[in-house]
Design a protein around this ligand. Structure first.
Ligand SMILES: [Zn+2]
Ligand SMILES: [Zn+2]
Length: 363
């Protein structure tokens, strides 16, 4: 009875206690909203880590025994600093410049005479649509996937994973989401509310808590069940549910997987090429093509070794292994780095194609 009550109440309670201090802060000390939002997130993350022990969604996703925890914290701190730097760059410096040059509200559509709260709602809705596009493009284009891949490397989902992003992804949001909002006339002081909404939704979306959420909420908002599908290692599932705050964009644009019908098995990136070291992860946007090539080379050697084991007298085949064929494989991959979306499409178009080796980097 108590457990059931907790399962029903934790998700709305988390959202309400995350929003309340920010809204009160916006009324009393609007200049401190970013700091209040950050402090609330840290407190609530700590609470969720405790709730995860009481009501775990999956025991094998527990924070205990997760060798990535210190790197999760490191990436979260670096990402928070990058978000702040991006806020100063786009919403203070660039926002003033755009306003001074008369480039804001280019179409004269922004309802600047209406209440501040209505403008905040529009910022969050419009900003979430732009965030959906940014996220979706990050799964379609190799150069954007390099900034986003780090977020998908987790094979466990818990409260520390939401902020496990690459620092460059924060600056990408400045270009893809904040800059368009400024150009259509959103006041720079209100644009940061888009990120506050992302943070509030993202914290619970990654929590390893066995929430009980009414079915209709999955159709409106990004819930943990909805977002876990996006973290599936299966590219066909991982390339759906791109919504960050509202789930309606995926239903409108045909990228929706129904959390009421799908249960996620394995999370992470199928055949993840990024080594599990902090600096390697930070460098990965630059080194990604090389890492993919190296991974392909490892597979080539593994499969050749298996062939050798099966056919020990086939010496002619073995003689060429370390040389030309491996180089050919690397050159081919460097010229054509696959994004997860490309892989997903390929598999959908060719149902007979064998599933790629699910081998992962050592952790
Ligand atoms: Zn993603
Ligand atoms: Zn996520």
């Amino acid at each position: 009875m108590l457990k059931s009550l907790l399962q029903w109440s934790v998700w709305p309670a988390c959202l309400a206690t995350n929003m309340a201090p920010v809204i009160i802060g916006a009324i009393l000390v609007p200049q401190l909203v970013p700091q209040i939002a950050a402090a609330t997130t840290i407190v609530l993350m700590s609470v969720l880590l405790v709730v995860e022990q009481l009501l775990p969604h999956r025991v094998d996703w527990a924070i205990g025994g997760d060798s990535e925890v210190w790197r999760d914290i490191g990436h979260s701190v670096a990402y928070a600093a990058a978000v702040n730097a991006s806020r100063v760059l786009f919403l203070v410096s660039l926002g003033s410049g755009i306003s001074a040059l008369g480039l804001s509200d280019l179409f004269g559509l922004w309802p600047s005479s209406r209440s501040v709260w209505l403008q905040i709602v529009i910022v969050i809705m419009l900003g979430d649509f732009l965030e959906y596009l940014y996220h979706r493009l990050s799964h379609s284009y190799a150069f954007l996937w390099r900034l986003h891949a780090l977020h998908h490397t987790s094979v466990r989902l818990h409260a520390l994973k939401g902020a496990r992003h690459h620092i460059l992804y924060a600056f990408g949001r400045g270009v893809a989401v904040w800059l368009p909002l400024l150009v259509v006339g959103a006041p720079a002081r209100l644009v940061y509310w888009q990120f506050i909404a992302v943070t509030i939704a993202g914290l619970t979306a990654h929590a390893n808590v066995s929430f009980t959420i009414p079915a209709f909420m999955h159709r409106l908002a990004v819930t943990p069940e909805f977002h876990r599908i996006h973290h599936a290692a299966d590219p066909k599932l991982g390339n759906t549910n791109f919504g960050v705050v509202f789930s309606v964009w995926d239903m409108l644009f045909g990228t929706h997987s129904d959390p009421l019908q799908i249960v996620v098995g394995e999370a992470g990136i199928d055949d993840d090429p990024i080594p599990r070291r902090f600096l390697e992860e930070l460098k990965s946007p630059v080194t990604y093509a090389t890492l993919v090539a190296r991974r392909r080379g490892e597979h080539f050697v593994e499969s050749a070794s298996a062939s050798l084991h099966e056919r020990p007298d086939d010496l002619d085949r073995v003689a060429v292994l370390p040389g030309h064929e491996l180089l050919d494989a690397e050159c081919h991959v460097l010229a054509d780095v696959e994004t997860p979306l490309a892989v997903g499409r390929e598999e959908m178009e060719s149902p007979d194609r064998p599933r790629r080796d699910a081998h992962r980097s050592p952790r």
